[in-house]
Design a protein around this ligand. Structure first.
Ligand code: MG
Ligand code: ZN
Length: 224
């Protein structure tokens, strides 16, 4: 069922007229996406995080753990490459690459275009890997039911404090590369506490995406 599809962001750019507020337009499109996905009983998850945080590895683990239970599709946002899409596609799920060109985030419009490439009645779970960046994805909801923010311990102790808006919009925080926490002198509980101060109902999973450790906690946090 693997099938390579690439959606080019620059081909589907919204026509922005003077006076239109791009964030407001995005919000409305996100709401439409949400309604469409709900109508087809598709659970959708947006995964945000910097380049190298481990988003793709986590998605590979999620797909492995859940592909018997759900029919899964993955949208993979990237500036230009299809490296991640190929990694995920090896697990036998449908992958649509969204190449955003110069854009450093996905928006609800490109996601709507990618949705047109899959048949929603054939999937139960849609996992969207956002472009590797912790800043602007916060402002562009995609219409997913849940948002996950992934940080890895190798990114240092200030990832939460420096990106409060991203954490405010997330439902679940993953602290990845837990095996390196000691070497990096990172207190994962401290990161979790900082996130909880920003988002009191945040759920957590501390993972090692390479071994699969903590993936069960992530699945639980996502209520999947
Ligand atoms: Mg990736
Ligand atoms: Zn951006």
């Amino acid at each position: 069922m693997t099938d390579k599809e690439i959606v080019k962001g620059e081909e589907v750019t919204l026509e922005i007229k003077p006076g239109m507020n791009i964030l407001e337009v995005n919000k409305q499109l996100a709401q439409k996406n949400k309604e469409l996905l709900q109508k087809h009983n598709v659970k959708a998850i947006d995964i945000m995080g910097s380049i190298g945080a481990g988003k793709t590895s986590l998605i590979e683990q999620l797909v492995q753990a859940l592909k018997q239970k759900y029919r899964i599709a993955v949208f993979k946002g990237d500036l230009t490459t299809t490296i991640d899409a190929e990694r995920i596609g090896r697990h036998g799920v449908k992958v649509v690459t969204i190449n955003t060109g110069l854009e450093c985030h996905l928006d609800a419009n490109v996601v709507a275009r990618a949705v047109e490439r899959i048949s929603l009645q054939d999937i139960d779970l849609l996992i969207i890997e956002n472009v590797g960046n912790l800043i602007c994805p916060a402002e562009f909801p995609l219409g997913t039911e849940k948002r996950v923010v992934v940080v890895s311990v190798t990114e240092g102790p200030y990832m939460v404090l420096k990106h409060p808006f991203t954490f405010m919009t997330a439902d679940v925080m993953v602290v990845n590369k837990k095996d390196l926490a000691e070497i990096m002198k990172i207190d994962t509980n401290q990161l979790a506490k900082q996130a909880k101060d920003i988002k009191p109902d945040m759920k957590f999973a501390i993972t090692n995406a390479l071994t699969g450790e903590g993936i069960e906690d992530l699945i639980k946090a996502l209520e999947l």
